[in-house]
Design a binder for this molecule. Structure first.
Ligand SMILES: O=C[C@H](O)COP(=O)(O)O
Length: 254
């Protein structure tokens, strides 16, 4: 973690969850303050179909609701897409942009991700901008240069600590049970902080940099102990309140 930065424990439900899942959200909302010892903020990014009900289910708790993507435009002829203002209207405070699954499945470039981040800000949302290397890039020693390129292209220069969260998610660690070595996580997060400083100056000192990729209750403690790891973006282990709260518990005393 980074001294002076309040951690964010964020869940990404991806394409999971129906009305049957609202009980898990209520349990997360009810248990988060105790689990985290009031030492962290919480966020669950649900499918758009659940957002309105999620926001209501977690209202008044330390756990905010977010979307998983938004269109770069405010409105118009974009069948099936959802604008940042629509997410805001349903109770979102955050939106993930540039998740590797969006980059891979929908061909989203860094420029598209940057445009989506700006659209999020325009609507009054915090943009959670995702970056991370593939396995091939890791193996060939390109991780840091890939991160530099993604930051330069995906993080607009108007980013602030208040309007932006950066999530480092090695693509090869997502949903695989694999994580980088702890020194590799530390190196990546320090590099991201340095690149953000080059881009936005001292403002970068307050930006939350999350780690994502197979974060679980049994590895959250060691990951969250690393300098510049200011929380997590958790996929599979955010679907059950028990697991998500166990991860939130790992921030205590860090
Ligand atoms: O957005 C979340 C990440 O893709 C991590 O997913 P995971 O925790 O299931 O590996």
């Amino acid at each position: 973690m980074t001294p002076g930065i309040r951690p964010l424990i964020a869940g990404n439900w991806k394409m999971n969850g129906t009305s049957d899942s609202l009980g898990e959200l209520q349990a997360i909302a009810a248990g988060f303050a105790d689990a985290s010892g009031n030492e962290a903020d919480g966020l669950i990014c649900v499918p758009a179909t659940l957002l309105d009900r999620a926001a209501k289910a977690m209202a008044g708790s330390p756990v905010a609701s977010g979307g998983q993507d938004c269109h770069a435009k405010e409105s118009g002829a974009h069948t099936g897409d959802i604008s940042a203002a629509m997410l805001k209207d349903c109770g979102a405070s955050h939106v993930i942009v540039g998740h590797s699954e969006r980059r891979a499945d929908h061909g989203e470039s860094d420029a598209v991700v940057a445009a989506k981040a700006k659209a999020a800000w325009q609507a009054g949302l915090v943009a959670v901008i995702c970056i991370g290397e593939t396995r091939e890039e890791r193996v060939s020693g390109k991780t840091l240069s890939v991160l530099s390129t993604q930051i330069a292209g995906s993080v607009p220069a108007e980013a602030t600590a208040a309007n932006t969260v950066v999530a480092y998610e090695p693509v090869w660690a997502i949903g695989t049970g694999l994580i980088p070595t702890l020194p590799d996580v530390e190196e990546a997060h320090a590099h991201i902080r340095a690149e953000l400083k080059r881009l936005i100056g001292a403002e970068a000192d307050g930006v939350r940099i999350l780690y994502g990729g197979s974060m679980k209750p049994d590895n959250a403690g060691e990951l969250l102990s690393i300098n510049n790891v200011d929380g997590g973006l958790i996929g599979g282990a955010s679907l059950k309140a028990k697991d998500f709260l166990a991860i939130a518990n790992a921030v205590k005393g860090k």
